[in-house]
Design a protein around this ligand. Structure first.
Ligand SMILES: C[S@@+](CC[C@H](N)C(=O)[O-])C[C@H]1O[C@@H](n2cnc3c(N)ncnc32)[C@H](O)[C@@H]1O
Length: 246
């Protein structure tokens, strides 16, 4: 699913590192699952959790066979934003992620061409519309998520089975996108230490980490491919693990 900060583009590089040596029954857990763009490429025992209730309800609904609409008008898009009480959580999530520009919860109504451009009505509502592409994309993706246990929890309240592989993709500390989200990075890194010491294999995607974490993978990503930066700079994506003998 298109999602801000999606790890789809680096999945093939980091997953072999994260999953190396995974035992057959070992759980793979994502406390910041977002658009599930990594966990949909993993099999076996899996938990996808996120603090966004709407998002998790959307995955649960899709898993139960819910079919998203083919078209959402701009008026309906606005109504969903202004009168959320009138709609189900999964429908709100579909509209706000699937029909918004950049798949941004706070983004504007997405259209392929300007309202008054020739053929606009067909282009903006037809088979290639944002809405239809999102629908098709989600229906395809849900097939790769069968059997996943979906949880709606803050990472710190998530139950993690013993000796799990835990992949964390939290809101990045140095990005404008999450600047006002109030995410406490210090508390998160302490939790990642604690989980590592409990015996889980913990991996964290970030640009920077405290000194007692070290990168096992890194790559410079052009900002056009990385929508977490919110800037025009290139950013080096890293995958960190805790160094318990630090
Ligand atoms: C960078 S996105 C994850 C993207 C995902 N890896 C993907 O590829 O689609 C970070 C996610 O963390 C979630 N989040 C933010 N604060 C959280 C918290 N305290 N506990 C759990 N999830 C949280 C957000 O809702 C968001 O979906």
């Amino acid at each position: 699913m298109k999602y801000m900060g999606s790890k789809n583009r680096i999945a093939s590089e980091i997953l072999p590192i994260i999953l190396e040596g995974r035992k057959p029954e070992q759980w793979y857990v994502e406390p910041f699952a977002g658009g599930c763009n990594l966990i949909d490429k993993v099999d076996g025992n899996r938990i996808a959790s996120d603090s966004n209730e709407h998002l998790i309800e959307l995955f649960r609904a899709l898993d139960k066979g819910w079919q998203p609409p083919d078209f959402v008008s701009e008026d309906l898009f606005k109504e969903v934003k202004t009168c959320p009480d009138l709609f189900s959580l999964h429908f709100i999530a579909f509209v706000r992620f699937g029909c918004s520009f950049g798949s941004d919860w706070n983004g504007g109504y997405a259209r392929n061409v300007k309202k008054d451009a020739p053929g606009a009505e067909i282009l903006n509502s037809g088979a290639k519309s944002y809405c239809r592409q999102s629908k098709n994309n989600m229906l395809r993706q849900i097939e790769s998520l069968r059997g996943v246990r979906f949880e709606n929890r803050a990472y710190s309240n998530l139950y993690i089975p013993d000796n799990s592989i835990v992949y964390c993709d939290p809101p990045y500390a140095e990005t404008t996108q999450y600047a006002q989200s109030g995410f406490d990075s210090g508390a998160f890194w302490q939790w990642a230490r604690d989980k590592s010491l409990e015996g889980h294999s913990v991996f964290v995607s970030e640009y920077t980490a405290p000194e007692d974490f070290y990168p096992v993978w890194e790559k410079e990503i052009p900002s056009s491919l990385n929508n977490q930066t919110g800037s025009s700079k290139k950013a080096t994506e890293k995958l960190f693990v805790f160094n318990d003998i630090y």
